[in-house]
Design a protein around this ligand. Sequence first.
Ligand SMILES: [Zn+2]
Length: 488
Amino acid sequence: MVSALLQEAPLWLGWLVTLALVSLTTFIAWRAWFADRADGRRRCPRCWYDMAYSEGMTCSECGYTAPNESALARTRRHWGRGFIAILAAAAIIVFVYERSVQVGWTGLLPSRALIWTLPLFSSGNNDAVVQLATRLNQGKLSDRNLQRIIESCTDGDRGARPGSTAWASKYGTILDRFRPVLASRRSGSELYDMERPLLNLPPVITITAREQWPAGASARIAVQALNWWPFGSDTQLRIAPLMDGAEPVTAYFRGLNPPATPFSVLTPPLEADRTSLEVEVATYRRTSQTGDEWQPVSVSRLSVPISIGGELTSMITPVSGRDLDDAIRASIIGLRKWNGGAIPLRFYVNPRQTAISAFDGVAIGYISEILHDGQVVLTDQCWWMGGTGISDIQFGSWSDEGGLKKLAEMDLRAGRWEVRIRSDPTLAIRAGEAPRCWEGQFTIPLSFVQVPGVAPEPHWWMDEEESPETPRPDDDAGADSPDGPSGG
Ligand SMILES: [Zn+2]
């Protein structure tokens, strides 16, 4: 866009003129103070008469007698002229400084110069990026400069290589601001040209797990994969725990990014001599372009150190209390049923009910059973870390697939329906490094809501056919919503 370039012409011109004026005045000052040197000439230090042909130390012009020979070799300095020039330079600098205080330093820099500064910041939330985004919104950023921003992000820098967490917090954050704009310029489902460099950006994958486990426990590894592919791209993760007897799992994520809730992988029972948990994660991407197929993008191996030893009871101390029970009871939302769609029956919990200080350092792990006239129909496992620092990273769950199929075929209005919650420390340790875990059990009536219409599309699923029949309550647990289930 020529207009965007012309709009920045005053900025470039302003800097050019400023630079020229400061250089000129500084040069004048230097000339005045240092340039008129003797260079072997003998000059009267008072009237600067050339004494090359004069004998002795007395000036024949003004009569001044120099004390010694070196007095005749002094540099002639025009003090006043130099001071005026240096004052002029200072005034220009003060003027530019005042302007930068008024409009911010980024407001004075042309976009291209702002882009040059991007690698200098440690975070992607910096003044230069905010200024560039503002110019983009106002139509003042040229396409060429937008492309330069994208290139700067896909290149990364020495301290922030693509695929690293440093890159994610710096360039990934920048891309998050500009990526939706690129998507809005698409014609139809076809990607906008400037989005194509994003296609091969490696995702940033992190795994986390509790450090200390009892031997024989089934460890939980949380795998989180963030990507900056073109807006709306789907993600497929093939996760293989590198352990004997471990089953690889595949998870599909819809849309922009996998949700904040990571994918939980459970290991086979841990051997007593194990010192780390390792997984191989292969990622595949599919853009929202019509007819696009899954494309492999990256394969990485990740490892997290663990130690095996001690009894479960020595690692985590049970705590109980009415306020704790009440909060957990409030977190059980119940069943929702739609008339159709993927996963038309979902069981919701809201872990944010436990985001209270009474739960600080307390992990929650329980088995939930849905009972029909006292008979167990569906069994779920659920775990998360309570407390004021509650985080989706530490939430996970497992559902009995057969039970859900059975439940979907039953009449939820006939008979007596209840939910039985029983704490289980072997589930609580999956949530993370908590010194304590909630202990308790209760049975409450099952809340059930029939929702009109088709179930919202799930954020993610595991079924190969992509029309999941297996709800994984993790995602819909409302962990990412403070007052209820996210609902897909
Ligand atoms: Zn003289």
